[in-house]
Design a protein around this ligand. Structure first.
Ligand SMILES: [Zn+2]
Length: 119
């Protein structure tokens, strides 16, 4: 499962409170309504593949790129002076001519692509 509207999701991710525990672990807190925290773990492969897991229902049911993962990745990137953009197609992502990453979902046709630029 991929999110239908990745830009809207990225906007929603900006409303989340993100606490970085270490470079692989981030706790994401909803600032609206829900009292639950979600734990996101992130591991990077050398080839630009990012393995991200989250404790929310969307992620547990096989969804990639929930708002928590997006918020976590953005926070980790910001610490290194980078800003991220998220894309549903590789073609769109490659057109940006930026450093390219993707979120692994276990299936090649189910990736969310990420470009990174310095801020
Ligand atoms: Zn999540």
């Amino acid at each position: 499962m991929k999110p239908k509207n990745i830009k809207r999701l990225q906007t929603r991710a900006h409303d989340l409170k993100v606490n970085v525990v270490d470079r692989h672990t981030v706790v994401v807190q909803s600032t609206t309504g829900s009292t639950a925290n979600h734990a996101v773990t992130v591991y990077y492969d050398n080839d630009g593949c990012i393995h991200a897991r989250c404790t929310c229902a969307w992620a547990i049911n096989g969804g990639v790129a929930c708002s928590h993962v997006i918020a976590a990745l953005e926070k980790l990137a910001a610490k290194r002076g980078r800003a991220l953009s998220f894309w549903l197609s590789e073609q769109e992502a490659r057109r940006q001519k930026r450093r390219l990453f993707y979120l692994d979902s276990g299936r090649e046709n189910n990736r969310v692509w990420i470009t990174s630029r310095s801020t």
